[in-house]
Design a protein around this ligand. Structure first.
Ligand SMILES: [Zn+2]
Ligand SMILES: [Zn+2]
Length: 228
């Protein structure tokens, strides 16, 4: 999917969008509705600027094609959550994209390239809501195939156990050309890496994963030293 030029209401603008009347930077964060500003939302841009945007007016924007995928499934117990995070690891590895575990319905499914549904997803309320939204919005909903139906990567023959997006080439992430989501390199084999205890799996090259682990350790040490 390519970047799209759209006309949307101010209330539908989200991080990552470029507002064509303020083209110098993309929207970095959307601040909560402020009652004192009545009909506006405020936006912080990537270059530090602020804009007030009318929620009811139309804006021309450029919205980048979604690159992340969402993973839905049972997540109400610690065991289920661990399994879902493992499924999310597979989804990241096999799609070559950042994969996010959905533990609540607070996700705009249209911000994702696909929604991967783990087994048993229809028995989970949150997953059912998000799966239905994906289906309604035309976002590919990818269910786990039965073992007999598992397709293999046409490059390396790796079984694509989490399923494949209809119409897309059957290539695993590495064969499709995985880039490190941090430094952008495609020289090293990027692997799913989580810096938030398995809630999100990013594709990181080894040097970036090592660097992040060192940084996390350092921050933890600083926190402990401060607390003492
Ligand atoms: Zn492959
Ligand atoms: Zn990297």
């Amino acid at each position: 999917m390519a970047d799209a030029q759209l006309t949307v209401l101010g209330s539908a603008i989200r991080p990552g969008d470029t507002i064509l009347r303020y083209p110098t930077a993309t929207v970095a964060a959307v601040e909560p509705y402020r009652a004192d500003l009545k009909v506006t939302r405020t936006f912080r841009m990537a270059n530090g600027a602020w804009y007030a945007v009318d929620r009811t007016a139309e804006y021309k924007i450029v919205r980048p094609a979604p690159s992340r995928v969402l993973v839905i499934g049972p997540a109400s117990t610690a065991d289920e959550l661990r399994d879902l995070s493992a499924y999310c690891w597979d989804a990241a590895d096999q799609s070559g994209r950042t994969a996010v575990v959905a533990t609540d319905t607070d996700h705009d499914v249209t911000a994702y390239a696909a929604v991967y549904a783990a087994p048993g997803w229809m028995d989970d309320w949150t997953a059912l809501v998000l799966g239905t939204e994906a289906w309604g919005a035309g976002v590919p909903l990818v269910e786990q195939p039965t073992w007999d139906d598992v397709s293999r990567c046409t490059g390396c023959r790796l079984p694509l156990t989490v399923g494949t997006v209809d119409g897309a080439p059957n290539l695993c992430g590495p064969c499709a050309g995985t880039h490190c989501s941090w430094c952008g390199t495609d020289e090293d084999r990027a692997l799913p890496y989580s810096s938030d205890e398995g809630a999100t799996w990013d594709m990181f090259c080894r040097p970036c994963a090592r660097q992040d682990r060192r940084e996390t350790k350092r921050l933890r040490a600083v926190k402990v030293a401060k607390a003492a």
